[in-house]
Write a protein that binds this ligand. Structure first.
Ligand code: AVI
Length: 336
């Protein structure tokens, strides 16, 4: 594997040509066994399908549309926090870091931070190779001095970062409150793995949605234009296509609500009628009114998230919120 030293020939050559080339590290993530996972989830007493299956091309497009909705406050609120406090975040992380972004997607939020953070190396990690390369190239063009090492990997399972001969201080960025889509034990396991990637002293900058008035939360997942409903139902279209299934999208209805007891938004698809569905050669019976649980989105108090991070070996250095206390960005340091 190519090392990350900024003085390698590829980097020197590119100094004349304005933009550094993007180095690509393909860790060949194995695709999820969708058939096994979906059939196992549909056999549970509370049927469930994992939210990772939302994101086919149409699902990714709908998710981007959700982020721009007036009701969906997390994206714009987090960007506001990054804009307002970027300099303080940079002071915490230090200059010349190796900055890893987990699940970088279109790398929109990192653009807000790059000016302030000035990392030596930016390392976006994403499972979708095409998406990763497109956004890494766009970012390298927008920040010609930046050394970009794109890593195609599934960050939800253990993986190793490419070797770093320069021993840059390590930091990771995990925005969007995606940590809230893990079950709490899985979130703890995931954070521990991130800590092990960073090593002791490594920093994690992580966006975390805050618990708040249920009306605000429920509106964010039940937007007036029905984009979130379309996003939820598209999961069935994805399964129809990939697993030769015959879900009739007209017989399922989007349902999202806040469970105060679990401190989470739950998204479900409710069957409006009793029916038998064929999925990957199997028959699945669904009762009228029965639901398929498609996503949990946990909401935290600042202290609850700090406790979760502590259980995973992280110490809290600082936390920033917006004036309405809708969203938080935590700076954590790994103590192992
Ligand atoms: C990606 N994740 C943080 C979003 C959330 O809010 O839990 C996914 C989403 N589901 C519906 N709207 C947005």
């Amino acid at each position: 594997m190519r090392n990350l030293a900024p003085g390698t020939s590829a980097h020197r050559r590119s100094a004349d040509t304005a933009t550094n080339p993007v180095h690509f590290h393909d860790l060949h993530p194995t695709p999820a066994d969708m058939r096994t996972e979906v059939l196992a989830g549909l056999a549970l007493p509370q049927k469930r399908i994992a939210p990772k299956f939302f994101y086919d091309a149409e699902g990714s497009r709908l998710f981007d549309a959700i982020c721009a909705l007036p009701e969906y406050y997390p994206t714009r609120t987090e960007i506001g926090i990054l804009r307002r406090h970027g300099a303080e975040m940079a002071a915490r992380l230090g200059r010349d870091a190796l900055l890893v972004e987990l699940g970088s997607g279109s790398s929109l939020k990192i653009r807000v931070l790059l000016e302030a953070l000035r990392p030596a190396v930016y390392m976006p990690v994403d499972i979708s190779k095409d998406h990763l390369l497109r956004s890494a190239n766009a970012l390298a063009a927008a920040f010609p001095a930046l050394h970009v090492h794109a890593v195609c990997a599934d960050y939800s399972v253990p993986f190793a970062l490419p070797a770093d001969d320069h021993d840059h201080p390590r930091a990771a960025f995990f925005p969007g409150s995606s940590v809230g889509n893990f079950e709490p034990e899985d979130a703890e396991r995931f954070l521990r793995r991130v800590g092990d990637l960073l090593g002791p002293g490594g920093h994690l900058l992580i966006g975390v949605d805050l618990v708040k008035d249920p009306r605000v939360l429920e509106a964010a997942y039940n937007d007036a234009d029905g984009v979130t409903a379309a996003f939820n139902l598209n999961l069935l279209a994805h399964i129809n296509r990939e697993l030769d299934a015959d879900f009739d999208l007209n017989t399922f209805r989007h349902n999202a609500f806040f469970s105060a007891e679990q401190s989470r938004i739950e998204m479900h698809l409710l069957s409006t009628q009793g029916q038998q569905v064929r999925v990957a050669g199997q028959t699945v019976s669904v009762r009228a009114g029965e639901s398929i649980h498609t996503e949990s989105s946990y909401k935290f108090s600042v202290d609850d998230f700090r406790s979760l991070a502590r259980r995973a070996g992280f110490e809290s250095e600082q936390v920033w919120t917006d004036p309405e206390a809708l969203f938080s960005v935590h700076c954590l340091v790994y103590r192992a």
